[in-house]
Design a protein around this ligand. Structure first.
Ligand code: NOJ
Ligand code: CA
Length: 830
């Protein structure tokens, strides 16, 4: 037990010490003089999120008086960046016990990011300061965009990010799948759409301009017991009803309220929302709800009680074992997921209406899940259905190992012909080898060169190195320097960068090598002071301000196994990035040339990753010598120059394929402020909106075909050209079958026809559709699903390409009238 006498003694001693420190004692004997007057200045709220070009909520500044303080406080503001104006002007005066509100108005040019603002109050010799975090987000978005090349996408597994609404954690229609302890990795952990909305300032402060969320649709209501483990669909890929929002993401009535609210908040802050859309399958066919699909609450498709072909809503084929076989990929079962038959009219309508409904609710774009596994031709029509609805941005997941993967050529053809950009798996694999497995930079360099020559629009590839399907880089090599270096290079590289949630916090869990589900860990910190967070913000701002990153060419300027110096150039705009990933060796960089003009360039990252300034002197032909420098270990330096374009420079077109009447967008620089013209070939399009860097227009009624698109300023200056394909009309899927064909071994069967979509009767593998797939049921039938204009009357022909390249064609063509809606199918005999 404590000795009361001893405690009393300690208290007296502390009391004396306090008096001595206060300096007010001297008289002793217990009579203390009253403490001096003082005041405290406070700001409420202490953080504000303000979009470019708008005004903050009122910030209340209060002066709390203590000990009889009665003076007036003069409040000044420190740390406000140029481009912010206040109302009223500072300094301002607040009397004791009083308060005053102030607002900030942001210029449109203010860089996205976080700014620490201090309000400093003084009154005579007294002072009190208070802090405020000002987050500048992008200007409010007026409408959907088609050009994402200036964006930085942040990928979120919604369930694992932030719990903004505990009321949906364990909803009544799907109870018992929530683990509040976050130890069962296969259960829900509580993150939701409200959580994403509540972290908007965190995301905006990092310069993020787009969010890719895991599928937010309604998923199965019960766990799937598979091989003795219970799995809940926390990842969102096990759809039960694609027309409704999951009760775990939104509310327990499956309404769109949380989604709509998130869209509104995101758009207010210049952030676009990308929905992960899985058209391949529904949910496991061997547990849970056994593949069942609902249509806005009504039973719609039963995998277990599916009509017989040709009316089947699902494919009932074995599990894919050969991931290089186009037939298995498109028609077999991916893992154990009930595989939808997109060539069935009701499935086609269901899937397209689900996607369109998201567009009507304001979704800005879609990440198309597993495009390698969904009937390829049908997906051309899905893209067309989306673009026919309105401006949007699509990118597909074609999982592959690299540019020598057997399906790489198919992926290139799919992307180029459908106009759907792909997630850049080849570059991701190269980046993972280089930054986590001590690979040589030549792997990245070779991949970029190969893809840049194969893809029509390499700047639209969507780049990443971590994802919810791969172990995080830090699980492979626990070195934060390497994550920073990978991020810096990715954000400077061609393609639209995706940052996986938590990489900026160096999040990783290495159980089972960090594989799924350990890569989908809980977002445990929202710190804004990590190097990665600040790096992403700076590079995201550079992506907005210098079009070399969005639209530029790529040129390797210096390379060895540890060092990569990459130049991006769009006309006279240049960004040069130098990375040394070595742990031990600083390199002397001699013989480096750049397109930057002669001069001195400071590090755009302000030394965040050890960068420095460098000097360029005069050379010839866009090759200006850089004064030799040493690049220390784990250094990234970025040098850049931008000047507003004097004549129109065209960098982007989306969509690249469209029929008359659709909206398309061109992006670039120097289009001028007064409307000029967009020319499709020589035909002027109707301009919908005109700004110096972006113009939207209506695709004119021109004959189907390939065209050059150019922009002509109001003053008559004409831009460079980009390729565009005018489609014949609204596209629908048609399955073509040809019977009675037994080509010699190694030969392939192709389809052509008297229409652009079928290659205008040109009998070459580049122009025609194919190769056709062998029918699984007979030995002499071949088929393929193709995208064709609804209602068109066509003539078509099949031909074989033999191993020596020679062509054997059908003697006569066939006629067919494409249905005006739904899906088509035609079967003929050779
Ligand atoms: C690929 C997704 O990224 C993965 O996470 C998902 O499980 C499969 N597709 C199936 O939808
Ligand atoms: Ca929740």
């Amino acid at each position: 037990m404590t000795n009361p006498r001893k405690t009393w003694g300690i208290l007296v001693a502390i009391g004396c010490l306090t008096v001595l420190l206060d300096g007010c004692g001297g008289s002793g004997g217990g009579s203390t003089s009253p403490p001096p007057p003082s005041f405290a200045l406070t700001a409420s709220p202490s953080s504000v999120l303000v979009s470019q070009g708008s005004t903050s909520v009122p910030i209340e500044l209060s002066v709390q008086a203590s000990n009889g303080f009665q003076g007036t406080v003069s409040v000044s503001v420190q740390g406000l960046p140029a481009g912010v104006t206040t109302s009223p002007l500072f300094p301002l005066s607040i009397s004791a016990g009083g308060n005053q509100t102030a607002t900030f108005t942001l210029a449109n040019s203010l860089a996205r990011g976080n700014y620490n603002v201090t309000f400093a109050g003084t009154s005579g010799t007294l002072s009190s300061n208070t802090q405020l975090l000002l987050t500048a987000s992008g200007a409010a978005i007026a409408g959907p965009a088609q050009d994402f090349k200036k964006q930085v996408i942040y990928q979120i597994v919604t369930d694992r990010f932030f719990d903004g609404d505990p009321s949906n954690d364990n909803p009544p229609q799907s109870p018992g799948m929530f683990d509040p302890t976050k130890t069962n990795w296969q259960f829900y952990w509580g993150g939701d759409l409200a959580g994403i909305q509540q972290q908007m300032a965190y995301l905006a402060g990092m310069g993020i301009t787009a969010i890719w969320m895991s599928p937010p649709v309604d998923n199965i209501d019960v766990v799937a017991n598979l091989s003795g483990t219970s799995y809940a669909p926390y990842h969102g890929y096990w759809a039960r009803d694609m027309q409704q929002i999951s009760e775990h993401c939104g509310d327990v009535n499956n309404t769109w309220a949380a989604f709509d609210s998130l869209i509104a908040a995101a758009h207010q802050n210049g952030i676009r929302i990308i929905v992960d859309f899985a058209a391949n399958d529904t949910n496991p066919n061997d547990g849970g709800q056994f593949g069942a699909l609902f249509n806005n609450g009504q039973a719609f498709a039963s995998y277990q009680n599916d009509p017989a072909p040709p009316n089947n809503l699902f494919h009932h084929n074995p599990t894919i074992t050969n991931y290089d076989d186009p037939f298995q990929l498109q028609y077999y079962t991916l893992d154990d997921l009930a595989d939808l038959n997109q060539e069935n009219t009701v499935v086609d309508i269901y899937l397209k209406s689900a996607l369109v409904q998201f567009m009507h609710h304001g979704a800005d774009g879609f990440r198309l899940d597993a495009v390698k596994d969904v009937t390829w031709g049908w997906q051309y029509t899905l893209a067309n259905a989306a673009f026919t609805t309105g401006p949007t941005f699509l990118y597909g997941e074609w999982d592959l190992g690299g540019t020598s993967d057997p399906t790489y050529p198919d992926s290139v053809e799919f992307s180029n012909r459908s106009g759907i950009p792909l997630l850049d798996f080849s570059l991701a694999n190269a980046m993972r080898d280089v930054f986590a497995n001590n690979g040589d930079f030549s792997e990245i360099d070779n991949t970029i060169s190969q893809e840049n020559s194969d893809f029509v629009s390499p700047n639209d590839l969507v780049t990443f190195f971590d994802s919810h399907d791969l172990p995080r880089l830090l699980s492979v090599d626990n070195d934060q320097n390497r994550v920073n270096e990978a991020l810096a290079l990715q954000l400077a590289c061609r393609g639209i960068p995706v940052v996986l949630y938590g990489d900026e916090q160096y999040l990783h869990n290495d159980t089972d090598g960090g594989n799924d589900p350990y890569n989908r860990l809980w977002m445990s910190s929202f710190a804004t002071n990590t190097t990665a967070y600040q790096l992403i913000d700076q590079m995201a701002n550079l992506r907005q301000s210098n079009p070399a990153l969005a639209y530029g060419t790529s040129q390797q300027r210096w390379i060895n196994s540890d060092v990569y110096i990459l130049e991006r150039q769009f006309f006279s705009d240049v960004v040069l990035i130098a990375v040394n990933k070595s742990d031990t060796i600083p390199y002397n960089i001699t013989g480096l040339y750049t397109a930057l003009s002669p001069g001195t360039y400071s590090d755009y990252l302000n030394g965040l990753m050890g960068g420095f300034s460098m000097q360029v002197s005069g050379g010839t032909g866009g090759n200006n010598p850089v004064t030799t420098f040493s690049l220390p270990t784990h250094t990234v330096s970025v040098w850049q120059s931008y000047a507003p374009a004097a004549s129109p420079e065209l960098g982007s077109l989306g969509p690249r394929l469209a029929q008359a009447g659709l909206t398309a967008t061109v992006g670039g620089d120097g289009f001028g402020l007064s409307p000029g013209a967009v020319l499709v070939g020589t035909t002027a399009a109707t301009v919908q909106s005109w700004a110096d860097s972006s113009v939207t227009f209506t695709v004119p009624s021109v004959p189907p075909g390939n065209y050059n698109i150019t922009v002509e300023t109001n003053g008559g200056a004409v831009s460079n050209a980009l390729p565009f394909t005018a489609l014949t009309g609204v596209e629908i899927p048609v399955t073509f079958t040809v019977n009675n064909v037994s080509p010699p071994a190694g030969a392939a069967v192709y389809l052509t026809g008297n229409i652009l979509e079928l290659g205008n009767n040109v009998q070459s593998t580049n122009s025609a559709t194919g190769p056709l797939l062998a029918s699984p049921t007979t030995t002499s039938s071949w088929f393929i699903n193709a995208s064709l204009p609804a209602g068109a009357q066509i003539q078509f022909t099949f031909f074989q390409v033999l191993t020596d390249g020679s062509v054997v064609s059908e003697a006569t063509s066939h006629s067919y009238v494409v249905p005006t809606s739904g899906v088509g199918s035609v079967s003929v005999t050779w």
